[in-house]
Design a protein around this ligand. Structure first.
Ligand code: 9WN
Length: 438
């Protein structure tokens, strides 16, 4: 469309191809993650998408976030899916009739006019809002973008920091693997083992209409996902009761990064932002205190119900590299771990594998159990740059751009070969490509 035409980008260029993916996946008010597999709006996808879209159309990037925040619940939560009412119910599972947000979510303040899921996803939104504002401050001010978003983003963080502090140590817990966004990561195997799976015949997996079964979570995983979501719904989406509660390093690192961004937004709106920066620093200290393992040299998930750290090396344990007030010692240790045998950054692996290359559960094709993903690579690239690791950041950026291009903007890739897995023309892969090209 005319909206994204960029005469400076030669036809067939990576830029033009990435812009085309976002154009094709745009619905008029938001962007689907991919046309076949994910036909609705997803929360953290939209944040990453807005970060790329801002280079094509700052207006569309603002709209993307506004559409998502229009579906925010009264208690502050931003739902992980906002359903498109014109998409058939059987196109994605679980569908609106499973979540029943407007009735089951009534007490938690679910919106009446739009159907959503009842769980959340990582809080990348304030970071995205700040970056989108910076792409065109004039348009942003003219539209009152930040003054409208700020109170909603503040309520979102408040929800996470108060209702979701299930471990009592100041960090937010996720209550479902879908909330953390790395659905079948081996990090969840131990806490999930305590959950009785719903029988496989009690639901129909629409994802298998689009994805190869060996690239997707198993039926047993799905049975457990369904059981946890059903219990949460049947408890009216009230927090603090469920069998699954995990403090995850990436989820909390993104919350902290977004809290720093919210401080900058507050400052732009005339406040000092000091209290928010201070809170972000306190949260960073809590993250180190509760999730850092100095012997293993990385962050681990904490199983709040089972007690203790979960000794599985997931990419989520490297994402705190994003944090500006991490000590030099921890940063250096994380860099060594990332470049070592478990993740092979800049060596054996493409991008950054989602899970320990030497781990027992490693599988180069199965979703979050080994494949390399573009959003996590983008986050780590950003962390490397923040800590002055320019050479490593440049190398990761090159690898990102070439793998995105050759894989057709794949959802994820084999971490050894770069072979495309999952769906193609995936929105956040295209969006973050645009961001790294700028
Ligand atoms: C469940 C949309 C989402 C991503 C997640 C990814 C996958 C959904 C699914 O797709 O999850 O939310 O059906 O598998 O794991 O990170 O946001 O792209």
């Amino acid at each position: 469309g005319a909206d994204v035409y960029d005469p400076a980008a030669p036809a067939g260029s990576l830029h033009r191809r990435a812009a085309r993916v976002l154009e094709d996946n745009w619905t008029g008010t938001s962007t689907v993650p991919s046309r076949g597999l994910y036909p609705h709006q997803w929360s953290w996808d939209s944040a990453f998408i807005a970060i790329g879209l801002r280079h094509l159309s700052p207006l569309r990037a603002q709209t993307e976030l506004e559409t998502l925040l229009d579906a925010q619940w009264g208690d502050g939560r931003i739902p992980h899916i906002v359903f498109n009412p014109s998409v058939p119910l059987d196109a994605y599972f679980p569908s609106p009739d499973f979540w029943r947000s407007s009735t089951a979510g009534h007490a938690a303040g679910a919106p009446r006019t739009v159907q959503t899921s009842g769980i959340v996803q990582p809080p990348v939104h304030a970071l995205a809002a700040w970056l989108v504002h910076q792409a065109d401050p004039g348009l942003s001010r003219a539209r009152g973008f930040l003054p409208r978003l700020y109170p909603r983003l503040a309520a979102w963080h408040r929800y996470l920091l108060h209702r979701r502090d299930l471990g009592g140590g100041g960090l937010a817990s996720v209550v479902h693997p879908w909330e953390q966004g790395m659905d079948n990561s081996p990090c969840w195997d131990a806490p999930l083992a305590r959950v009785t799976p719903a029988p496989a015949r009690s639901f129909r997996r629409a994802d298998l209409d689009h994805g190869a079964p060996e690239d997707r979570p198993t039926d047993l995983d799905y049975g457990r996902y369904v059981c946890l979501a059903t219990d949460y719904r049947d408890g009216a989406y009230a927090d603090g009761r469920g069998d699954f509660a995990v403090e995850d390093p990436a989820f909390n690192a993104l919350l902290i990064t977004s809290e720093h961004a919210l401080a900058r937004i507050a400052k732009e709106l005339g406040a000092t932002g000091t209290a928010r920066h201070a809170r972000a620093e306190r949260l960073t200290a809590a993250l180190v205190d509760r999730l850092w393992d100095p012997v293993e040299g990385m962050f681990f998930c904490r199983d709040v119900r089972g007690g203790g750290l979960i000794p599985e090396r997931g990419v989520s344990g490297l994402i705190p590299l994003l944090l500006p007030t991490l000590s030099r010692d921890i940063t250096d240790t994380l860099l060594r771990t990332a470049g070592g045998p478990h993740f092979g950054l800049g060596g054996a692996a493409r991008l950054v594998p989602s899970y320990d290359l030497t781990g027992e559960a490693f599988d180069p094709h199965r979703y979050w159990r080994g494949p390399a993903w573009f959003n996590t690579a983008w986050l780590i690239e950003r962390g490397l740059r923040l800590h002055g690791e320019r050479g490593r950041a440049d190398a990761l950026r090159e690898d990102f751009l070439s793998t995105a291009g050759t894989s057709g903007f794949a959802e994820y890739v084999d971490p050894y070969t770069g072979e495309a897995c999952g769906s193609g023309d995936f929105s956040w892969t295209a969006a973050l490509t645009l961001d790294l090209l700028h």
